[in-house]
Design a protein around this ligand. Structure first.
Ligand SMILES: Cc1cc2nc3c(=O)[nH]c(=O)nc-3n(C[C@H](O)[C@H](O)[C@H](O)COP(=O)(O)OP(=O)(O)OC[C@H]3O[C@@H](n4cnc5c(N)ncnc54)[C@H](O)[C@@H]3O)c2cc1C
Length: 316
């Protein structure tokens, strides 16, 4: 008898997939190589024990979607909060205007806390690095009812044989990013900043006010670099802190330097060309995540995982 459906990847897509399988009575387990589930909805504890979001900045939910219902539940329980619908738009020389879009949601406990909520009653095995998923399907040689790869394509491809990788995933580029956290002794930027999209800059593409989004007004910014800058510094990301600090200082016109900085490397931050299809499924091996269900990102990952879980619930 094969082992349960095995989801490799404990980000929001993997947890959504597992949860979609559970009401059907299907046995399912989630294996993740990290210490805690969350993936790119990453919140790390930094100075003074405060959590900072170093992956996804926020999430959005399409009107009337199933994911909007999940987000509304988080808001009701105080796990998520509507952050803002308005950000600054800046050029290399400074802020130029503001732009308004959908409501962006943040989490007082960091975005990882939302994945932890989805994981609450799921069999999640931490610090389990999977090496091989093969037709059968098998996961590291063990027969399973079905295998799910819930992670960026380049990470999933490494686990598959070339023929299965080609059929399931093909070749799609993913782009990198560096997230640089800047901690100050006081807030020294406009009170109504929230965040800034930075256009036409070689170094940074986005700055988030982490104290504003998390709701505690901590003097912490998180800057995300452009893919090109990240790609040129993947081998030594820590060395980029001075250049990113200079770019943030220039764009926001800061009159103070950060007390501390931390750099996090995302080799596969996002797909450059996500597929419109909700998921892939070949011979009992499924693939889901934000490489599917374009165009949104956290929402796409949840939607993709949920769709694949429902499909597997009908067939396994
Ligand atoms: C810098 C950055 C900024 C972003 N900003 C936003 C934003 O503002 N809004 C938005 O909606 N989205 C944003 N995103 C995208 C968002 O984070 C993702 O769409 C979403 O988190 C993807 O979830 P996922 O479950 O598909 O993949 P992931 O979260 O990447 O989860 C994959 C999981 O697989 C695990 N794994 C990988 N390989 C193995 C293995 N061999 N064995 C076991 N486990 C393995 C990993 O540990 C990880 O937990 C951003 C991403 C980055 C990196």
């Amino acid at each position: 008898m094969p082992s349960p459906v095995t989801v490799v990847g404990g980000g929001i897509a993997g947890l959504a997939c597992a949860r979609a399988l559970m009401p059907a009575g299907g046995a399912v387990r989630v294996l993740d190589r990290g210490h805690r589930p969350g993936g790119r909805m990453a919140s790390r504890t930094m100075r003074g024990g405060r959590v900072v979001d170093i992956g996804a900045s926020y999430l959005t939910a399409s009107d009337g979607s199933a994911f909007a219902g999940v987000v509304a539940g988080w808001v009701q329980r105080g796990l998520a909060r509507p952050w803002t619908d308005t950000f600054a738009v800046a050029g290399p020389g400074g802020i130029e205007r503001t732009t308004t879009g959908p409501v962006r949601y943040a989490a007082p406990g960091g975005l990882r806390s939302l994945v932890a909520d989805l994981a609450a009653d799921v069999d999640v095995r931490r610090e389990q690095t999977v090496e091989q998923v093969r037709p059968g399907p098998t996961v590291d040689g063990e027969p399973v009812a079905a295998a799910v790869l819930a992670m960026p394509d380049p990470q999933a491809s490494r686990l598959l044989d070339p023929a299965t990788a080609d059929r399931l995933l093909g070749e799609r580029p993913w782009e990198p990013a560096l997230a640089v956290v800047l901690g100050f002794d006081r807030r020294c930027w406009p009170a109504d900043l929230h965040g800034a999209f930075v256009h036409d800059d070689d170094t940074i593409a986005w700055i988030a006010d982490d104290g504003d989004r998390r709701g505690d007004a901590a003097p912490v910014l998180v800057a995300h670099t452009t893919p090109g800058f990240a790609g040129a510094h993947l081998a030594d990301p820590d060395a980029t802190a001075p250049a990113v600090t200079a770019a943030v200082t220039r764009v926001l016109g800061l009159d103070a330097a950060p007390d501390w900085t931390t750099v996090h490397r995302w080799t596969f931050a996002r797909p450059t060309d996500p597929r419109p299809e909700p998921y892939g499924l070949v011979d009992g091996i499924g693939a889901c995540g934000d490489g599917w269900a374009a165009p949104s990102r956290v929402e796409a990952a949840w939607t993709s995982g949920t769709a694949l879980g429902r499909a597997l619930a009908e067939t396994t």
